[in-house]
Design a protein around this ligand. Structure first.
Ligand SMILES: CC(C)(COP(=O)(O)OP(=O)(O)OC[C@H]1O[C@@H](n2cnc3c(N)ncnc32)[C@H](O)[C@@H]1OP(=O)(O)O)[C@@H](O)C(=O)NCCC(=O)NCCS
Length: 333
């Protein structure tokens, strides 16, 4: 029998560059508190959010993704033609087909790159980085563009108290490529579909077709259920990511959890026993929860404001609707 030739593997991969694009509108707590009978004080205390960034009607999720992609390409000194794989993590590309990634690849000049979307909600970016790392090391890709992009304002209900007030719009892009040294630790990931309704769309497209009075579907969540799951069950996942990368909390310089709620971030820091010297991403205060975009947006802020630097070891973890989660230790670009 003929032995099949195999792709030539590469030993290591790393994140070469990150680019970020936030919605241009700054939405304050006072702007949204009225219809949910809330207040600036309540929202700050319970979530840490001061403002969230949202995009105007003239921009869709692919516009945000494209802007972030160009910034990442410029920072890496690459062009679209250098990208052979595009992974777009999003839940707000408003067509079930074709994928947003294929359109994005064409827009940035990456055709004929392999291109596909990932639906892993707030874990989408960490899912994408895990896949990009594996594709590069397996020799299936050389430069992978991973983008977490969301225009969550498309699926919010201004009268919903459960989740809509948390949400913002933005996109964060990373380019993953070959490296002389290990730059991405093993991804620890998983799901728990028994909690599928904990964060959910109000009704399906088929239900809307049967009953137009249901109106446009929006998001809801069981806040306390998600809060407890994220605060207590995600720390062991992050611990496993550190163990599999062969590092301890003492080795970590930066912690970049999904920007869901400042109290979840503080609780995870405590559970993980991270020393006070560890820089903690708190982009949620200004940007809100941007789901798949939140980790790269938070990373970009730390790097551009000088709180973190290239070469720092960062622990990142995404978690959300599914429920799904993914964590890995990465070297910052
Ligand atoms: C949504 C969240 C902020 C709500 O905070 P909470 O402290 O759990 O609030 P609860 O639902 O327990 O409600 C506590 C009180 O606040 C009130 N409340 C709930 N939502 C409110 C809102 N948006 N504004 C004002 N008051 C609100 C409730 O009515 C309740 O009042 P009561 O004590 O008089 O009965 C919180 O559960 C959370 O952040 N969960 C994690 C969700 C998350 O991050 N999801 C993103 C995807 S990963």
């Amino acid at each position: 029998m003929t032995n099949l030739q195999q792709a030539q593997p590469t030993q290591f991969s790393r994140i070469l560059a990150i680019g970020a694009e936030r919605g241009e509108l700054v939405v304050t707590n006072d702007d949204i508190a009225g219809p949910i009978d809330s207040s600036d004080e309540w929202i700050r205390q319970r979530t840490g959010i001061v403002t969230r960034r949202r995009a105007g009607a003239d921009k869709d999720v692919l516009d945000l993704a494209e802007a972030a992609a160009h910034k990442a390409l410029d920072a890496a000194g690459l062009t679209g033609a250098d990208i052979d794989t595009v992974i777009l993590s999003t839940i707000t590309h408003m067509h079930m087909t074709p994928s947003g990634a294929a359109i994005l690849a064409e827009r940035i000049g990456a055709t004929p790159a392999a291109a596909y979307d990932v639906s892993a909600a707030c874990a989408g970016y960490a899912y994408g980085i895990g896949q990009a790392d594996a594709l590069v090391r397996a020799g299936l890709a050389t430069h992978v563009l991973v983008i977490g992009a969301e225009k969550l304002s498309e699926i919010i209900d201004p009268t919903d108290r459960s989740i809509s007030f948390l949400l913002g719009d933005g996109a964060g892009a990373a380019i993953v490529g070959p490296s002389d040294t290990p730059g991405i630790g093993p991804t620890v990931w998983g799901s728990d579909g028994a909690k599928a309704t904990a964060i959910r769309q109000t009704h399906s497209w088929t239900e809307l077709r049967e009953d137009a009075s249901l109106g446009w579907p929006t998001l809801r969540q069981d806040g306390p259920t998600v809060f407890k799951w994220a605060s207590f069950q995600m720390a062991p996942v992050a611990e496993k990511a550190m163990a599999e990368a062969g590092v301890t909390a003492e080795d970590i310089q930066v912690f970049i959890p999904h920007q869901a709620n400042m109290r979840i971030i503080d609780q995870m820091k405590k559970q993980l026993g991270l020393p006070d010297t560890v820089v903690i991403a708190r982009d949620i205060a200004e940007t809100g929860n941007t789901s798949a975009a939140s980790i790269p947006l938070a990373a970009e802020r730390l790097l551009s404001e000088g709180q973190a630097k290239s070469g720092d070891l960062a622990l990142q973890i995404g978690f959300g609707a599914g429920l799904v989660y993914a964590a890995q230790v990465v070297v910052l670009p």
